[in-house]
Design a protein around this ligand. Sequence first.
Ligand code: 5MM
Length: 336
Amino acid sequence: MSELNKIALKIICNGKGILAADESNGTMTKRLEAVSVASTPENRLLFREMLFSSEAMKDCIGGVILYDETIKQTSSSGKSIPDLISSVGSVAGIKVDTGAKDLANSSEEKITEGLDGLRERLKKYYELGARFTKWRSVYIINKKFPSKLSINSNAHALARYAALVQENGMVPIVEPEVLMDGDHDAELCLIKTSEVIKKCFEELVLNKVDLSGIILKPNMILAGNKSKNKISNEEVSQKTIECLKKSVPSEVPGIAFLSGGQSDIEATENLNLINKNNNTNFIMTYSYGRALQQSALKIWSKNTKDIKATQNTFNHRAKMCTLAAQGKWSIELENK
Ligand code: 5MM
């Protein structure tokens, strides 16, 4: 077993999942202002530190994806944030892309940037304690999109990123996200997501990336958020498994889904069914941002001094997601 494979398994085995807390300052500002909390470096740290020091970290959260600001911050106990995370057996990770920019000659679409100077930045993040990384590509979807240009360019960038990350002893999370926005049906999502993922693996192989040392972070197969043809959670799970079976090479140890704008319960229920129906060898778990944090943020905003209530809310969400990652979640446990 390679070192990279060991790190990947440590992050996602035994029902553990990933807390995506890598919102850039722009996104975090939107999230905090939506609940009337000022977005200062101190408040961003305060909220995140509460999550990282909660009880559920030990048994549920195998890895935390950080943003550049957070990985360099110090916790109230004096420990660095990566040390705080590793002290409970979890692994610190870092978002290394520098964001999605307009794609030349297809301006409705995006290309994720961040390759310039990446090798040097990776060395610094390793020294700070990161052992895995994340790079997210985003794709709009309708009959015309994503275009071949967007699929090819983003896959190329993801693969070059992943190769550099492995060269520096860290596990790359490869995140191609086909967005939920639109009135498309789930069948189109299945077709387009399969095409996107297949192209990513073609490029990963070309770049000689060790597939046993990556984690794939895809979207689930869903109808668009404005679609009139919604499908059941059971169908979501079946179509998602069908897509991954067809497009992901068997060497990949695990798949950690993004929540993508689903409600926290929906993201949990869908993950649970995916695991109940999982007839592959892939570990299927979560790498949720909003679906793990939203409820805790809401509680915190009511009284920013109430650390206990905020942590209790986060603990419950993380426990529910970890049950779902084992196919053991139920609505009764959810409402207990
Ligand atoms: C946590 O949010 C990440 C994006 O932040 P920026 O847009 O500020 O760069 C995002 O990549 C996230 O990790 C994934 O989309 C998963 O989050 P969700 O909320 O979709 O589960």
